[in-house]
Design a binder for this molecule. Structure first.
Ligand code: DGY
Length: 453
């Protein structure tokens, strides 16, 4: 890729790699509470769903037993109806807001055995479990582990495909921006703008105690996030009520792509275990054909669909590139994603103003804000999703460049939650778990490494 080395600095040499491996492992150990891995020591002291999944992937490279324990610990919080919650509070309250009591999940008959939120998050866990199995395919304990977790993974997928897609459209809906994992992404602005913010006197934000306010969601958005929770509490988290009444009801392109890949991975596990594959095959074929509706031919990317407003949310963010991860675009569509977006200097590629791939929002969008949470900073997990996607389409050089930029960011600025694409400085939480875990994956499995399942 043009000028890659002068934009990102030299590629990592072996000494740097060794150091990164050691510090990444040490970070995962340091964030380990014994029962679960915290995403960040001060900012996020509880267990988060996709953070734990990424943590398990990193752990699998040096402590498979601990990686399996992490997966088990997350699944232990599963609700009776199959949902796996987005935050679990196994150790009770802390200075994090919202505390467990705020959710009032006891109002729901389906609530799980542990204090948790009443929302879910992108289901990357099944993909991680399959990758973990690939790393230890010879280990006899590996198959036992799969047998143990498979029914819970299946129940979560079933819940997503039914509770969140009751009409069987092939695309599941999310009901809260927190479910996307990309909380304040500009793609939610058109929907959030019509949602009433919760009165500020009813709660106290705590997310700006450890992190600068200009790196966190703006006040109005945060109050809207809280307003949605108060609605869901009043509906006792009944999935039907949420689907029928939530003012935020969106088919998220990234969430659905991650689920689609996870369905493929679940299918592979079902084959290995001799389980019934038919429902999974049905989900896969339904999603594949429905997903085409999210493609915008004029703009050459994928957009989310606002079910409540009956409109496409035409905001260009990294979510449009995530379907590559699941092999969803046709080759010609993948080529457009690459040429018109990833490599476009006014959008996602480095130019005079930014130096690092891949900003979480295209630079030409009105919501672009390079240091604020999901409004522009580079995140290691979305870089990882994109580069694994590029790899599967044969864009080896581009996948390698995104991996190199990711490693260069952690080498310069440490394992931060996100990075300013202009200068690579770190932002958000310090000592962030998935930045370390995915560094381990990139170092052990650099793009281009063949994986045997
Ligand atoms: C937060 O507190 O910002 C989390 O992202 C919610 O999941």
């Amino acid at each position: 890729m043009d000028g890659q080395s002068d934009r990102a600095g030299p590629l990592l040499n072996t000494d740097n790699q060794r150091l990164l491996l050691q510090t990444a492992q040490a970070l995962l150990r340091a964030n380990d509470t014994g029962g679960f891995i915290k995403p960040g020591p001060a900012q996020y002291p509880h267990q988060w769903n996709w953070d734990s999944a990424f943590a398990a992937l990193g752990l699998a490279y040096f402590d498979m037993a601990r990686a399996r324990a992490e997966v088990r610990s997350l699944l232990r919080a599963q609700w009776r109806d199959g949902m796996v919650p987005h935050i679990v509070y196994p150790t009770g309250p802390s200075d994090y807001f919202p505390p467990p009591a705020f959710w009032q999940t006891e109002r729901s008959a389906a609530a799980g055995p542990l204090p948790s939120s009443g929302l879910t998050q992108p289901p990357i866990l099944t993909t991680v479990v399959r990758q973990m199995h690939g790393l230890a395919a010879e280990d006899p304990a590996g198959l036992d582990f799969l047998r143990e977790v498979y029914p819970r993974l299946l129940a979560w997928h079933r819940w997503l495909h039914t509770a969140r897609d009751p009409e069987g459209s092939g695309l599941v809906a999310i009901v809260h921006p927190w479910e996307s994992g990309m909380d304040d992404s500009p793609r939610w602005q058109p929907v959030l703008a019509a949602i009433e913010p919760a009165p500020s006197l009813t709660f106290t934000r705590r997310d700006r105690v450890h992190v600068a306010a200009d790196e966190r969601p703006v006040e109005e958005d945060y109050r809207r996030f809280i307003h949605l929770i108060t609605l869901f509490r009043s509906w006792a988290y009944d999935p039907q009520a949420l689907y029928e009444r939530s003012p935020f009801l969106v088919q998220d392109a990234a969430f659905n792509a991650i689920l689609h890949q996870a369905d493929h991975d679940l299918l592979a596990l079902a084959h290995l275990l001799g389980e019934d594959t038919r429902p999974i095959e049905q989900w896969i074929s339904r999603t594949r054909s429905a997903f085409a509706r999210l493609w915008d031919e004029a703009d050459g990317t994928y957009y989310d669909y606002d079910l409540r407003g009956g409109r496409r949310l035409r905001v260009n963010t990294i979510a449009g590139l995530v379907p590559l991860f699941a092999g969803l675009p046709e080759p010609a569509q993948a080529e457009r994603l690459l040429r018109e977006h990833l490599l476009h200097p006014g959008r996602f590629a480095p130019d005079g103003g930014t130096r690092f791939w891949v900003p979480s929002c295209a630079k030409d969008q009105p919501g672009w804000d390079p240091r604020r949470y999901w409004r522009g900073p580079v995140w290691l997990n979305t870089n990882w999703l994109v580069l694994r996607g590029l790899e599967r389409y044969g864009y080896a050089q581009e996948a390698r460049a995104v991996a190199d930029h990711s490693l260069e960011l952690v080498r310069r600025s440490g394992f931060r939650e996100y990075y300013d694409p202009r200068d690579g400085s770190g932002a958000g939480s310090l000592a962030f778990t998935w930045s370390a875990a995915l560094t381990l994956d990139l170092l052990h499995r650099p793009p281009g490494t063949t994986v045997e399942w």
